[in-house]
Design a protein around this ligand. Structure first.
Ligand code: WTA
Length: 626
């Protein structure tokens, strides 16, 4: 890390930024964060104003905008119906094969209202859960917004998860309905998502009454179950538009499952009030959105980045958001740059893994396209290495677009440590906490570490878009985030350092969670998938650095007696992981071993496996059994 080289914003960027007088704002917010967030909340529509902005009497279960009444649907769609935004394009959709769809704010509003009526008519009530297993098509946004409108809680599951993983999540949330699509398209292949849903519903999903299927492909699908219904058939019905449910600020809007350090995913719960305030304020300031902006976040709606910064954020801000179903380097390697140029994208938000891939393809690809429309660039998902940062800055931003390296998590709901356009940047640093947020780097006793020393990244106090709890598991919420170090701080699970200028440098996860191409998946989840294979007795999974993907998974496997390691078996185990978790958990390397390093209490020491694999020092091995 090079921490004394600054990249300064142009005068123009500073002058036009939505955030003015940054240093003053930052200092004032640090003195009184609650006042800062109260002011931010006033930019949004509320049915009834809150009586208390912040309540920490039940900490670590914090409440924001107590007794306030609102609905995020009002802010994402309803309020634009009274202004010129109504006629503006809300969603620009493009398929990998070049198919296109456009939805204005008015059209999107109508679709959402219609689908809300459909859900209501099928018996979905306030507080009911709806599972969503869709590709990146406008129906994801329509479903999410229809749910929140009627007070239902959506649980979107990334379509890269397998049937078994989907089943786990449906079962945990006890979802009433699942919304899916017949076919999805990726890298020239068609994938039958409906079939994956059918497989998931084969057992343990009695809570599901209907599977609503969007017709997106041309190929036929099996439609023999009485629970199957076509989305377009339902949408033809003339039903009264249900009223928008008046929600308490603290009422849940959605659940999003994410990986923790154990094999069971955690259901992160976000509520209407604080979430909308945090997401709106950050998207307006970090991405500096202006009325006529075309904004493209390349994430998938199945992750938090998609929730906050493809669906809710841009819609609340009233801009045009791009949804692209497909991969950014298909059919040509420069597909992404061609699209940026064709749609005249102003703000591009993507991931380091993609930037590294593009850098590998070469500088001449972006150079072929006119990308002068770009104003702000964003990065998220994993630490961005200085080389990738510089390539992005130079070849995409042409040395004039600030890069917003936003550090945050499913749990934080919104950007937490992030630059803002008017601040001086350093290549590879996520800058400082957003105004109104207090973060620090501490040791295991909760004490701030010295400048330049590594430690645990923590957040002190609360912030509006903080997760409320883990779905029906408040104990796990406390245990995961508040029990490991003293001082009542939120433990992020990441390691970081702070430099002499107060800039944060995120170093990656401290716990056993991997980031493969920016996708968060835990070592334990992959291990338990491997161990469920009939030939396997034990497995230890580690992350290995990878130049494009950031990290890849490698598994060390002990076979049961009677089984012999072979190429064939490796293939079989890989397929088994795919089936159990999904293609996102791809484990590139599998090695058969006789023994695994363990503690005396029998826990596999992944740290030792990793050190051996990478040829590093073993460190403290006093707890090693053998
Ligand atoms: C990592 C994604 C470094 C981090 C929004 C975090 C990052 C995890 C950054 C959360 C960044 C995300 N720099 N690391 N800018 N952004 N991370 O829940 O390890 O899918 O804890 O949320 O991604 O992943 P999640």
């Amino acid at each position: 890390m090079k921490d004394d080289e600054f990249y300064y914003p142009s005068e123009e960027v500073v002058k036009n930024a939505n955030i003015q007088n940054y240093e003053k704002v930052y200092k004032e917010a640090a003195k009184d964060p609650v006042k800062f967030w109260e002011k931010a909340a006033k930019d949004l529509t509320w049915q009834k104003k809150w009586t208390k902005t912040f309540d920490d009497s039940k900490k670590p279960f914090y409440s924001w905008f107590v007794n306030g009444k609102c609905n995020i649907f009002d802010n994402a769609l309803e309020r634009h119906q009274k202004t010129a935004t109504r006629g503006k394009i809300a969603i620009l959709w493009e398929g990998e094969n070049g198919d296109k769809r456009k939805l204005t704010y008015k059209e999107l509003y109508n679709e959402v209202n219609k689908f809300a009526a459909v859900l209501k008519n099928m018996g979905v009530e306030k507080g009911d859960r709806v599972a969503v297993y869709l590709s990146n098509i406008p129906e994801v946004a329509i479903t999410m917004l229809a749910c929140v409108k009627i007070g239902a809680i959506h649980s979107v599951v990334y379509a890269g998860f397998s049937a078994q993983a989907l089943r786990k999540r449906i079962k945990d949330a006890q979802a009433k309905i699942v919304v899916t699509v017949d076919w999805s398209y990726r890298r020239g292949k068609v994938i039958c998502l409906k079939k994956i849903v059918d497989e998931a519903l084969q057992e343990d999903c009695e809570s599901i009454s209907h599977s609503i299927v969007v017709n997106h492909g041309k190929e036929k699908v099996d439609f023999s179950s009485p629970r199957d219904v076509w989305y377009h058939e339902l949408m033809k019905k003339k039903l009264p538009v249900p009223k928008t449910e008046v929600m308490d600020a603290e009422d849940p809007a959605f659940i999003l499952y994410t990986s923790g350090t154990t094999g069971t995913p955690k259901g992160v719960v976000h509520a209407h009030g604080g979430y909308m305030v945090g997401v709106y304020r950050t998207i307006k300031w970090v991405f500096d959105l202006k009325e006529n902006d075309v904004y493209w976040c390349t994430a998938d709606p199945g992750w938090i980045t998609g929730h906050s910064y493809i669906v809710y954020g841009p819609l609340m801000a009233g801009v045009t958001t791009i949804q692209y179903e497909g991969v950014p380097d298909f059919p040509q390697e420069d597909r992404i740059w061609e699209m940026v140029s064709r749609y005249k994208v102003n703000v591009l938000y993507t991931a380091p893994t993609l930037i590294r891939l593009m850098a590998k393809y070469g500088d001449d690809l972006p150079a072929k396209h006119d990308m002068s429309s770009l104003r702000i660039l964003g990065s998220v998902g994993e630490p961005i290495n200085p080389e990738a940062w510089k390539w992005y800055y130079e070849h995409i931003g042409k040395n004039r677009c600030p890069i917003m390296d936003t550090w945050w998590q499913t749990e934080t709901g919104m950007n937490i440590i992030t630059p803002l356009p008017p601040v001086p940047l350093k290549a590879g640093s996520a800058y400082r906490p957003f105004p109104g947020i207090i973060a620090d780097v501490v040791d295991k006793d909760g004490k701030s570490v010295e400048v330049g020393k590594g430690g645990f990244l923590v957040i002190k106090g609360s912030w509006p878009a903080q997760l409320k709890t883990l779905y029906h598991n408040p104990q796990r919420y406390i245990k995961t985030y508040y029990d490991k170090i003293p001082g009542g701080m939120y433990l992020t699970g990441d390691l970081a350092t702070k430099d002499k200028d107060g800039y944060f440098w995120i170093q990656g996860r401290a716990d056993d969670v991997l980031s493969i191409s920016g996708h968060r998946i835990s070592n334990a989840e992959i291990e338990s998938a491997i161990v469920s294979h009939e030939a396997v007795s034990e497995a230890g999974v580690i992350g290995k650095p990878h130049p494009v993907k950031g990290e890849i998974a490698k598994a060390f496997v002990i076979l049961k007696s009677g089984f012999k390691g072979s190429e064939e078996l490796i293939k079989e185990i890989k397929l088994h992981i795919r089936k159990t978790i999904g293609p996102l958990a791809v484990t590139e390397e599998i090695e058969f071993v006789e023994k695994l390093p363990k503690t005396r209490s029998g826990k596999i020491m992944r740290r030792v496996l990793r050190a051996k694999e990478l040829g590093e020092e073993l460190g403290d091995t006093s707890t090693l059994e053998d």
